[in-house]
Design a binder for this molecule. Structure first.
Ligand code: NAP
Ligand code: GLV
Length: 313
């Protein structure tokens, strides 16, 4: 069995060693630009993050492409360059869901308990207890109730915030109000005091966080975006924070990463910025999951996490 590996964000050696250990029958090689065609480096499986089209071309016996992340927007962008009829398999949690739950819980609590305001006061030496937010009106709305969104919901429930979620198909999750489809989006938004975005980036969700949508949130609402930067119309967000329609935002993802030094978000103290770390791809968990799925495919068994190319996630 031949496995080809590529990731611009990870050192390949530990991945090669890990994959070889759990799949001793496999020959695992790193793909690099200019290395040769599929004739030279044939592959049964590709394990890759943001692969270039050249890596995917021409592998006659290719059985699956494993995406080293939950989001498949980068790989699906390759469009016609993707091998037809070969399953593309996303990471399915693999340790990311609990990290997302931690990150989003922190961001919600930081704003709810006004630590962001205390931090601003502390910078100028002010000792002043502030009026707390009212928990009953502090509704948390989660856009996206998939693998990561439903885990975030479970974590947030512990703190007793009113909770609502929005997805494409209707969900029935305990202790929260679930909304589905575009026709229910406005109802979902109108009392979401905190809006968490954990949607996949698709044609329908690109720029979804634009002025027209963000204006439907109650005045003083707070945005947490842990999905993709291209969900946000950045100038709209900035304008709504400056006009105080929104109280602020915690952003982990950006249209351009790394966020350029001259980007106006850096100058806005009500925007908290992290460098796309909300949920990291964990090597051991990911290797274990990919190996289990390869073994299942080799036995002709079904696997979960196959991307629906028509939906884009
Ligand atoms: P997932 O399991 O595929 O869940 C996606 C959710 O979004 C589903 O509930 C889906 O609805 C909903 N959705 C998709 N399109 C929609 C639409 N047009 N209208 C309404 N709802 C829609 O994805 P996941 O594993 O939770 O991951 C979500 C995203 O998180 C990834 O795609 C990735 O971009 C991002 N991510 C970020 C980081 C980071 O570190 N910042 C790390 C990992 C992932 P249905 O349930 O009805 O299908
Ligand atoms: C990270 O952003 C991922 O999609 O896994």
């Amino acid at each position: 069995m031949q496995i080809l590996f590529y990731s611009p964000d990870n050192k390949p050696e530990p991945w090669l060693a890990g994959l070889s250990q759990v799949l001793p029958q496999a020959r695992v090689q790193v793909w690099q630009h200019g290395m040769g065609t599929a004739d030279v480096l044939p592959a049964d499986y590709i394990v890759a993050w943001k692969p270039p089209a050249a890596m995917l071309a021409g592998h006659a016996g290719l059985k699956a492409v494993f995406n080293l992340g939950a989001g498949v927007d980068a790989i699906l962008q390759l469009g016609a360059a993707l091998p037809p009829n070969v399953p593309i398999v996303r990471l399915d949690d693999a340790g990311m869901a609990v990290q997302m739950a931690e990150y989003v819980s922190y961001a919600i609590l930081r704003h709810f308990r006004r630590f962001d305001d205390y931090e601003a006061q502390r910078r100028v030496g002010i000792w002043r207890p502030l009026r707390p937010h009212d928990k009953h009106n502090f509704t948390v709305g989660i856009l996206g109730l998939g693998v990561l969104g439903s885990r975030i919901a479970r974590a947030v429930q512990h703190f007793g915030f009113p909770l609502r979620g929005w997805s494409r198909s209707r969900k029935d999750l305990p202790d929260m109000t679930c909304f589905a489809g575009e026709e229910e989006l406005d109802d979902f938004l109108q009392s979401s005091q905190v809006l968490v975005c954990i949607l996949p980036l698709t044609a329908e969700t690109t720029q979804i966080l634009s002025r027209s949508m963000l204006e439907k949130l109650p005045k003083g609402a707070y945005l947490i975006n842990v999905a993709r930067g291209a969900h946000v119309a950045e100038s709209d967000l900035l304008a709504l924070i400056k006009s105080e329609h929104l109280a602020g935002a915690t952003l982990d993802v950006f249209r351009t990463e790394a966020l350029p030094p001259q980007h106006p978000f850096w100058q806005e103290p009500r925007i908290d910025i992290t460098p796309h770390i909300a949920a990291l791809t964990l090597r051991e968990e990911s290797i274990r999951q990919i190996a289990e799925k390869i073994q299942a495919l080799e036995q002709g068994e079904p696997i979960v996490g196959i991307v629906d190319r028509s939906k884009g996630y």
